[in-house]
Design a protein around this ligand. Structure first.
Ligand SMILES: [Mg+2]
Length: 210
């Protein structure tokens, strides 16, 4: 359940994040608790959010930031659309740093022989739903942090979770995302009155305009 102020209004409302911040490094547990007191679990995308696309390691300052959420009393989850060999790598890189790592395969119904990981990639809300079910959390207690309106923000909206949009971390991108999605997102950010130029993103967690 979302409060009424957060209800999407029109199709654009489904892409409106609740908050914006310049980087995950600027997103502190203290600010989350102050600005979003219902939040009990921080759920983070990886590629373009914590690290560059398919980065082979996690920078030390990002490690410290991820571990700091736990110290503030927040559960921390990775919610990544990664697949194939990258799933193992993501578990190795992030497993020791967070409460749980979820990839689309974690939302597959073992009782349904036709189910596949591809059905559960963001913007599906399914990975967030799995976190809520496994940890006994209400959807509004989840805060999804990501760099893509069409994946991270939309999946959070569909799950009934709150969301934080960050500008893309790093310079690389999935080819399809770079060619088709990013130019559209830039237009939509302007329509949503979100930061467009990199220097205009706030260095502290800030409520997105409505
Ligand atoms: Mg991403």
């Amino acid at each position: 359940m979302q409060n009424e102020a957060n209800e999407p209004r029109g199709w654009l409302g489904w892409l409106r994040p609740d908050f914006v911040v310049a980087t995950v490094l600027d997103l502190t547990g203290e600010d989350i608790k102050r600005m979003s007191p219902a939040t009990r679990a921080v759920c983070l995308d990886i590629d373009g959010t914590i690290t560059d696309y398919h980065a082979p390691s996690v920078p030390e300052r990002s490690v410290e930031r991820l571990q700091s959420y736990n110290e503030t009393g927040l559960l921390t989850f990775i919610i990544s659309n990664c697949h194939d060999e990258r799933v193992t790598e993501v578990h190795r890189l992030f497993g020791p740093l967070v409460t749980g790592v979820l990839t689309p395969g974690d939302a597959v119904d073992p009782a349904d022989p036709r189910d596949r990981p591809g059905r559960h990639i963001k913007p599906s809300p399914d990975m967030l739903d799995v976190v809520a079910q496994r940890y006994g959390l209400a959807s509004r207690e989840l805060l999804m942090v990501g760099d893509q309106l069409f994946k991270d923000v939309l999946s959070a909206r569909r799950a009934g979770a709150a969301s934080v949009l960050v500008p893309r971390e790093g310079s690389r991108d999935h080819l399809g995302v770079r060619i088709f999605q990013r130019p559209i997102e830039a237009v939509l950010r302007a329509m949503l009155r979100l930061p467009v130029k990199r220097r205009s993103w706030p260095r502290r967690l800030t409520r997105a305009p409505r």
